[in-house]
Write a protein that binds this ligand. Structure first.
Ligand code: NI
Length: 253
């Protein structure tokens, strides 16, 4: 079984969300973690939970200027939902500049505090912000996934030491990805698979809208590249995800 640990299955991207789930099931993708990024999408994530689709709710750093305090309250109020398995997508993104840096850190740490308080994993977005991400994470007792990991081996090892897993998606199938060299040095027990749908579509479908079914192509690529049988790669990465998301585990019993 495959798990897509990071997707954004919203109405604005997919006309027929049940088709997206059926396509996933056809590729043996049995679990999807749908990530919210703001109040509106968090609400949508909560309205679309089912036996295959679990949810993470959070405020993405790109929404730092628009979010309201009550949006964080809304997150806190819904963490008791047994199908909400993490706080995400949260983090820091300095790609388009650092002028909101302080505000981003405040927003990120408010959500890390919630994660610590309610013993929830976090799904972390970190772009051009490695040092600050590590500094914030170190202040809290939290575990989770560094989504779309693309850093150095040294950075990977710091995250692993802190108890985080690294999310691998279609980026690994793109040419010139130095990421491949880093992944080769890491134990398989440190990786989980994801798509970041509708973005980052893996080869051979690059350019099209991504969907959770395509996590299969990420797995297939990694299996060939790392020279590990596909079945083993699926088994280990899914077990890694299930070990982190205890709510899914207890739901499956
Ligand atoms: Ni995302």
């Amino acid at each position: 079984m495959l798990i897509d640990t990071h997707a954004h299955i919203y109405q604005e991207y997919y006309v027929d969300k049940s088709l997206v789930i059926n396509n996933a099931l056809k590729n043996n993708v049995k679990l999807i973690i749908n990530n919210g990024v703001d109040y509106k999408t968090n609400k949508e994530v909560l309205e679309n939970l089912n036996e295959y689709v679990y949810g993470a709710i959070g405020i993405h750093p790109e929404n730092v200027l628009e979010y309201q305090e009550e949006d964080l309250k809304f997150i806190e109020e819904n963490l008791g939902n047994p199908h909400i398995v993490a706080i995400g997508e949260i983090g820091l993104d300095y790609h388009y500049g650092k002028e909101n840096r302080e505000k981003q850190i405040i927003l990120f740490e408010k959500q890390l505090e919630l994660a610590q308080k309610y013993h929830m994993p976090v799904i972390v977005h970190s772009r051009d912000a490695t040092l600050d991400t590590i500094n914030s994470l170190k202040k809290y007792h939290v575990k989770g996934i560094i989504h779309s990991f693309s850093g150095s081996l040294e950075t990977a090892q710091i995250y692993l030491k802190m108890g985080f897993l690294l999310g691998v998606n279609g980026v690994v199938t793109f040419k010139n990805a130095h990421l491949k060299d880093v992944l080769k040095e890491l134990p398989l027990t440190s990786l989980v698979l994801e798509t970041d749908s509708p973005y980052l579509t893996p080869e051979p479908f690059r350019g099209k809208t991504n969907e959770p079914a395509n996590v299969y192509y990420v797995a297939k690529f990694l299996s060939a590249y790392l020279n590990i049988p596909l079945e083993q790669l699926e088994e280990v990465t899914s077990a890694n995800a299930l070990e982190l998301f205890d709510r899914i585990r207890s739901d499956m019993l």
